[in-house]
Design a protein around this ligand. Sequence first.
Ligand SMILES: Nc1ncnc2c1ncn2[C@@H]1O[C@H](COP(=O)(O)OP(=O)(O)OP(=O)(O)O)[C@@H](O)[C@H]1O
Ligand SMILES: [Mg+2]
Length: 240
Amino acid sequence: MITLRGLGFSYPDSAEDDYALHSIDMEIADGSFCAVLGANGSGKSTLARILNALLLPCQGSLSVDGTQIDEPEAIRKIRCSVGMVFQNPENQIVADTVEQDVAFGPENLGLSNAEIRERTEKALCLMGLENLKKRNPRQLSGGQLQKLAIAGVLAMDCRYIVLDESLSMLDAQTKSEVLEPLKNLNEEKKLGIIMISHDIRDCIYADTVFVLDHGHLAMQGKAEAILERKDELRSLGIRC
Ligand SMILES: Nc1ncnc2c1ncn2[C@@H]1O[C@H](COP(=O)(O)OP(=O)(O)OP(=O)(O)O)[C@@H](O)[C@H]1O
Ligand SMILES: [Mg+2]
């Protein structure tokens, strides 16, 4: 479970009272598939970076599976528990072949060669990249690159994965090729999924929805109830 209590965040170069997130109370249950929606500038990426401790809260608390953000070793533990995929896959590629790129994360965890190979193969298969594993990532299409970035995070075997508008550049076919395996991992392995978007079509499998508005949590609840409130969602800048 990920818990945020009274969490506030202000960027160091912002004015003193200019908060990107205000007093956020949120619970992301184990094995949940949740969506975080919000207009441009509503604080989605800031929240994503807080969830995996790339940014640290200025106020309030964050805990991930019982680890409090202010404990010793918390940043390392939280970054292992919560994987992150960004919008732009080019920035996430680190190696010269698809296979090496996926293996990079597990290698840094100090695992055995057999375990690294197994995780890499599994993640490549899940994203449908097994036939491209010897390719240079620079030869891949945008959709294939995003699948590669997701495979790299899956190979880390995190408990949660945050996708920060990671599907927004993908066509409908590629979106479903990414969403289906994520949904299966969510159902079968209880991988927690936090799908960040400004389009409810990316949230078809979400069980829980959070909506941000100017850094405030404006709506939260079960997906079927929230996604029905279309007028309110549109007034908060969500495409639906
Ligand atoms: N590095 C930064 N320094 C200062 N302010 C920032 C920084 N990054 C974001 N902000 C501000 O924080 C607020 C929230 O931004 P954030 O990027 O989290 O929103 P977002 O919902 O992800 O937007 P988008 O839909 O455009 O990705 C905005 O007012 C933004 O201008
Ligand atoms: Mg963003």
